[in-house]
Ligand binder design. Structure first.
Ligand SMILES: NC(=O)c1ccc[n+]([C@@H]2O[C@H](COP(=O)([O-])OP(=O)(O)OC[C@H]3O[C@@H](n4cnc5c(N)ncnc54)[C@H](OP(=O)(O)O)[C@@H]3O)[C@@H](O)[C@H]2O)c1
Length: 265
């Protein structure tokens, strides 16, 4: 995907080089986004818990690394003070826990999902916003999911990503007139380590991963994020949904469970 060939907001931003923070940068979409942004001239601060992965990323890209857990709000606030003003925040750290339906799940699955996907994303945005508003320049990219918009079989994960969607719409409204942009990226299946974390049973995991669908690559997702970032300053890409061509949502059917658990279509 080629960025629009017009004035690039980020390139005219006050800092030189442009500075980005990418959370969840130790694998998948975050690592690919770090590679892409460094290639585009950004100084990237890559954030995650796995120190060894961040060290490899730094060796490959020259990014700065910060080993921290995004659910530690104090650590996020301290990071914003250490890093200082930035041009771009990519709130990407996230996970789903999909081992079992809610009624058979654990409290830990719920708190980890909400704390990581929702609370940390809001806290990080709060932490990095004030200098963006002051400079009247900045961009927050939040990684949501198709699961935040369509029914999929993970109630808690879907609820967390629906919260990301509403946060994006409402913070965009709060920020209107400040020059700060907000974009929500909603992927379908992307080939990352996501399902290694989501599903602990190896057989179930392999079944999900080997769906036969050609998945989006993390690099393609990073291209999409960069597209949203690189359009002119007066253009806000509100939301992008992308999915594998051979995967889609919808085709409405009614599911009803009778006394004998028969499906009635
Ligand atoms: N893959 C998909 O099909 C798909 C579809 C829709 C949306 N998404 C979303 O895309 C985002 C990135 O996921 P991915 O697919 O790239 O999966 P991934 O390869 O598992 O990457 C997840 C990243 O989040 C980081 N992370 C998780 N918990 C963290 C915490 N408490 N503190 C700091 N970092 C944390 C992980 O790093 P550490 O473990 O090193 O901390 C890792 O770098 C997530 O928000 C996910 O919900 C993925």
């Amino acid at each position: 995907m080629s960025p629009m060939n017009t004035t690039d907001k980020a390139s005219t931003a006050p800092s030189s080089p442009r500075v980005a923070v990418v959370t969840g940068a130790s694998s998948g979409i975050g690592a690919a986004t770090t590679h892409r942004l460094v290639k585009e001239g950004y100084r990237v601060h890559a954030v995650a818990r796995r120190e060894d992965r961040l060290a490899s990323l730094a060796a490959a890209t020259g990014c700065d690394t910060h080993v921290l857990d995004v659910t530690d709000s104090d650590a996020l606030m301290a990071l914003a003070s250490t890093v200082g003003p930035i041009d771009l925040l990519v709130n990407n750290a996230g996970l789903g826990r999909m081992d079992a339906p809610l009624a058979e799940g654990t409290l830990d699955d719920i708190t980890r999902t909400i704390d990581t996907n929702v609370t940390a994303l809001i806290v990080a945005t709060m932490a990095f916003l004030p200098p963006m508003i002051e400079r009247r320049s900045g961009h927050v990219v939040n990684i949501g999911s198709m699961a935040g918009h369509y029914p999929l079989s993970s109630a808690t994960y879907g609820a967390s990503k629906a919260a990301v969607h509403r946060f994006c719409t409402n913070i965009r409204l709060e920020l209107c007139g400040t020059g700060v942009r907000v974009t929500e990226i909603c992927p379908g299946r992307v080939a990352t380590e996501f399902y290694d974390v989501a599903v602990t049973d190896p057989t179930q995991r392999e079944g999900i991963k080997n769906s036969g669908v050609e998945e989006i690559t993390a690099a393609e997702l990073a291209d999409t994020i960069y597209y949203a970032v690189s359009v002119p300053a007066h253009v806000n890409i509100n939301r992008i949904e992308l999915q594998p061509t051979e995967q889609t949502y919808g085709g409405m059917s009614f599911v009803a469970k009778g006394p004998e658990e028969d499906d009635i279509a």
